[in-house]
Design a protein around this ligand. Structure first.
Ligand code: FHN
Length: 424
């Protein structure tokens, strides 16, 4: 598919060998932690609060003064991420409010210069994650609700008081982003991805992706580029992302339709809470089975899951969010072989099952084991044996006109059942 923005995409992009190697690592990793944390967290009303509550620019600019995360300990966070089984994190270096979570030299509206905390959170986080062997990617917002050069406003930001001028300076804004990305990719060692968001605010604009993507790949060839533009990928991107959705399902409008799903590594992102940024009155907390099903279904589509947490303004991660991550970690320690470094997508996952494959082993994850039988449609490989992953005991099966029918072992006192298929 040729997108309307293909003109500005990186021309004739040939990924470097470092980049291809990193794509392979990314595909194998299957699980990352997304972190939405910024000065918006202070208000406990999600990361869109500035726009949703029609803040004045000057009013919102009081927030950094209250950002003093007394309990923030990057080493603790990194340990939690490690224990969760995640292989990487994606951190909001700068969200739509335009606030930079590092010591940016091109914007004083940043964590070191504008908060009493004065510590470079990006630096601390990167270093702590590196210690634990967790790779780091940066979420970076293309859209900005604070800067004058971004004017006129796009689809969002119109209610923000002080954003009524139509006078912008697009070249200056693009240069600003390049300068910031250069900082992020120069001052913090190896960074394994840039995760863009906000294209949809000005879909007609010339985002100069040709220049921006080449700059990133020049500075750090292995750095993977993804862009949450909700479209088929543009040239120069290294992975495709699907927001709150499984590839090609597009149930939320933020995903991407089936014909826009390409061959690049895939990542779906979703939340443990109802929102991305900390929402103190959140009542949509997902339970363990829900997040686990999300991870397994994503793998069944051949995709990573980037699961979001929204740390509190004091630097703590809510207990239930920690619990979800730790429970995933425990599960992955036991069943990681059926998720990491597997392929998926050869049988479309359903609400009943998801299949992954590694060499001549296929794993069937059954979401509701308390039934007599399960029918897998469109199953082609020739089977030698099917067994229960937990105890290796063989289970019986039959090929029917409708597909592969497997009799489920009993009793199962667990939420999930995994079957191992030895195939030729
Ligand atoms: O507007 C953002 C939102 O705040 C959040 O960052 C998500 C994450 O995928 N992306 C945008 C919506 O598409």
């Amino acid at each position: 598919l040729v997108s309307m923005n293909s003109v500005s995409a990186q021309q004739n992009y040939v990924p470097s060998s470092e980049n291809l190697k990193n794509r392979a690592w990314f595909e194998d990793s299957r699980f990352g932690v997304f972190i939405h944390w910024g000065v918006y967290s202070v208000l406990g009303d999600g990361e869109w609060v500035m726009n949703n509550q029609n803040f004045g620019l000057n009013e919102y600019r009081l927030l950094p003064d209250f950002f003093y995360p007394i309990a923030f300990d990057a080493a603790n966070w990194a340990k939690l991420f490690k224990d969760s089984g995640a292989k990487y994190i994606t951190f909001t270096s700068r969200h739509h409010d335009g606030f930079s979570m590092w010591n940016s030299q091109v914007s004083d509206y940043n964590i070191v210069k504008a908060t009493p905390f004065k510590r470079d959170i990006v630096k601390e986080l990167v270093e702590a994650c590196r210690e634990e062997g967790i790779k780091v990617m940066f979420y970076y917002s293309l859209l900005d609700w604070s800067r004058d050069d971004y004017l006129p406003t796009g689809k969002t930001g119109k209610g923000i008081i002080g954003r009524d001028s139509t006078q912008g300076n697009w070249d200056s804004y693009i240069q600003f982003m390049k300068d910031q990305l250069t900082e992020l990719l120069t001052n913090y060692g190896q960074i394994d991805g840039i995760w863009f968001d906000g294209h949809w605010d000005k879909p007609e604009a010339d985002w100069k992706y040709n220049e921006i993507y080449s700059l990133i790949h020049q500075l750090q060839p292995q750095c993977l580029i993804g862009n949450n533009h909700h479209l088929a990928t543009f040239e120069g991107e290294d992975f495709q992302m699907f927001e709150r959705d499984l590839p090609g399902q597009n149930t939320t409008g933020f995903g991407t339709s089936a014909d826009q799903v390409g061959n690049l590594p895939k990542e779906v992102c979703g939340t443990i809470a109802g929102s991305w940024g900390f929402d103190i009155k959140d009542r949509k907390q997902k339970n363990f089975k829900e997040v686990l099903t999300y991870l397994v279904k994503a793998a069944g589509y051949g995709s990573n899951l980037l699961l979001n947490i929204g740390p509190m303004p004091n630097g703590k991660i809510q207990d239930y969010q920690q619990d979800r991550l730790l429970d995933l970690g425990n599960w992955l320690r036991k069943y990681g072989e059926t998720i990491y470094a597997t392929t998926g997508g050869f049988v479309t996952p359903t609400d009943e099952y998801a299949l992954t494959r590694k060499a001549n082993k296929i794993y069937i994850h059954i979401f509701n084991p308390n039934q007599e039988k399960v029918l897998i449609k469109d199953f082609v490989p020739e089977i030698r044996n099917i067994s229960n992953y937990d105890d290796n005991k063989s289970v019986s099966y039959a090929h029917t006109d409708l597909g592969l029918e497997i009799s489920l072992p009993k009793p199962i006192d667990k939420e999930f059942l995994i079957l191992t298929l030895d195939v030729k």
